[in-house]
Design a protein around this ligand. Sequence first.
Ligand code: SF4
Ligand code: SF4
Length: 474
Amino acid sequence: MIAEPPASGLPPEPGGGRIGETQGTIGEGGLRLWLYPREVTGRFTRSRHKVAWALMILYLGLPWLHWRGDSLVRVDWYGRKVIALGHAFWVQDIPIFLPAFFSFVLLAFLGTARLGRIWCGWACPQTVFLQFLFAPIEKAIEGKSSVRKARDAGPADFAWLWRKVAKHAAFALVAAWIANSALAYFWGTRNLLYAMAHPSAENWPGLALVIAFAAVFYYVFAFFREQACILICPYARFQSVLVDEDTSVIAYDSARGERRGKGPRGSREGLGDCTDCRQCVLVCPTGIDIRMGQQLECIGCARCIDACDRTMTAWKKPVGLVRYASLRDLQGKPRSGKPWRLFAYAALALIMASASAILLARRPAVAHDLLRRGQSPYVRVGADSVLNTFTLHLRNNGSERLILMLGWDGAARGTSNWEGRSFALASGQSLDLPVDLTTPASGFIRGGADAGLVLSAPGVREEIDIRLAGPWGR
Ligand code: SF4
Ligand code: SF4
């Protein structure tokens, strides 16, 4: 049968609507249509499978890797620090990473401007876990999509029920596993294993967190699914302002495909290459028809490319009717000049990343903040002396335990009754040290005097400049 194009010239859409007027998962009366994306194989699916498993191993395995007694990467919520590769990073280090964050954002812009939603389709944890972990479990228990669809439409008999119970039990277990792995990024695997091995009454807040996390993951992967990409994902909202006519997105070559129609294999007189088999629609995890053009719901998963390539191969036609292509490619035009916008993103990202690298290289082994303590700037001690009180906040940024010596620098030695002290500071540890300095009142000029402390250890020397407060006149 040959589908007649409507009077508007737009290709016909199964739902009868137009781009932007319908949403693939909303049916009559606004009710959600449950999707049964058909299984697909092909070169992109195989590649995505490899990438997905590598990423899942990375996402779930990273907290189990240890370095010098702690997780390789851990967010220490209570200690207000991040541990990475044995080094501690504190709230005070945020300025170091701000340029790196902007660099990451710019690289995301660059990737989107060049390859559309490559992140969503290939690397986003939502897509990776849903399509390559939960979907295979669902298929193993309930069968392939056509079987599931038929069974869901039939009576709720025992065969339907036990499969549903088994599937949701398996989903709950996997969700709990992901939740524990997510929490391991905060607690560290040692604390996690300790909590698992001991009665939950000893750690009920932790148990409550695991249950809450697991419940969210279970709901998202068992029920919410593609709606997360369609309705919630903020990236989907602004990607349309980043793509242009040179961006390679997953696209249907309508010039080659239209006029679509089934038609006999031998004589496709007046028809394009699209056989209207709808395989590209049936495999789509967000329920859209790529032949309608670029849509917000498209997560760039390339399943429709594999599905269409199979059809093209079966019909002995060249593959690539649906493919990665820019608007200019589809129109047969060359790329537009030099991609200045991409160069600008790349250059700015490089500058920002370099700024972070420089700041990181200059980060001291031991960081300090000196804060005044008490309610007045100074206190008179007897007739001749002035007391300044401080709190010295120290942070060991390195991966080694340090024995530190805090003393006056050479110039100021002997002008105070404070003789310094030595103390240990473990890797990733912070310490608040009271520093009370009594100095002769005669040393102050117009209410101030400069002094300096030195923090030293083998290979470490940090100078701490201090402005002491004192009497205005001698
Ligand atoms: S249209 Fe194609 S690339 Fe986009 S979500 Fe559907 S199957 Fe994936
Ligand atoms: S899979 Fe290819 S041939 Fe089949 S309907 Fe989609 S675009 Fe047309």
